[in-house]
Design a protein around this ligand. Sequence first.
Ligand code: PMT
Length: 400
Amino acid sequence: MSFSKQKILLAVTGGIAAYKALELTRLLKKQGTDVRIIMTKSATAFVQPLSFQALSGHLVHCELLDTEAEHAMGHIELARWADVFVIAPATANTLAKCAHGLADDLLSTVYLATTCPVYVAPAMNHVMWNHPATQANLKILQNNGVNLIAPELGEQACGEVGFGRMAEPETICQRLISDLAMPKILKKLNVVITAGATREPLDPVRYLTNRSSGKMGYALVVAAQQVGANVTLISGMTYIQPPQNCHFIQVETAEQMHAVVFETIKNCDIFIGAAAVADYRPVQMRDEKIKKNADQITLILQKNPDILADVAALDSPPFTVGFAAETNDLAKYARDKLVRKKLNMIAANWVGREEGGFERDENALDVFWQDGQKTLAMTEKSELAKQLIALIAERFYTPH
Ligand code: PMT
């Protein structure tokens, strides 16, 4: 369905960010969507329902037990009418009620009664946002399939600085467009993606690792989800938030990643190895911290299993996509890995340069398969991931 045909139910709760929901309503209307508004009682203390009525072109729904409103479009009809339910801003109180199934007002009742995709854009003081109770409620909601549009860092209405400011209306609108308007080309397919760097411990305080931040792999998770895939993310240690609504498994070492991949690979349709897996690990992990007595020490390293090659060597392998990170002879090494590891595709990127590769927000890829290749130019990893997923889908559906 095109985005302009979407029926969007926007719920506004009681926070200072309620005024931003007016702009969100305007932006969504500008896209051609049909927008209906629910306001909680406290939201009406911040913004007049009349303002939303003028922008949306519909009466605003405020009461659960209002016979007139129920006659026009009651809570069950509203829940059934919506193609997507967006709560913006979502207060800590609303998140808690939805997480625990309380249904004591129109918003929370509609939340329980709807089966459409739900998005929450929280807004609150940063201490409230970081409170374990809020984070636990959010986890419950995400486990129940609710999509988070994360709050942003910045100065808050209380004058303090931190995470908790509602995402800008443009950001929310763009997120809805990119999630809802994309054709679901990988619908119901199981995709397993590895990302980030493995760590190979030397002793209780030290390890060998590499520069991978996980950004490329995590962007692929989001891009695959946007086109309908069920995604399992097996990640090394990173400092970034895992994408929402994927099956997330964190590992430390290459051997752990290998074991977890083989536990999850059974019903996998597409495997993408974006992780920077350590090729070698110390033969022995010392039980005690290595002391700096000698001027030189020797590390003896043992080769790690090759996860990607082992997946591709299965009797009935998934469509297997590898990455190649190279400092020289990119195409030569990538083609060699494609053939040697018996992959369906390989996405090669330069590393150690000023642009792209490890840690950067942008990247470029030269993608190779048995009888073809395509260059994906330097762009944001989020955008590049969409292009790579589209290419993978194209090759996946081409007899191979
Ligand atoms: O995480 P970022 O900071 O965003 O950076 C992105 C990236 C540069 C890490 C990513 O785009 C990338 O290139 N990932 C693969 C890095 C790598 O380990 O490349 P390689 O050429 O050494 O390995 C080739 C392939 O074999 C890779 O798919 C790798 O996951 C896989 N491999 C390697 C060794 C091993 N023991 N097991 C494997 O599965």
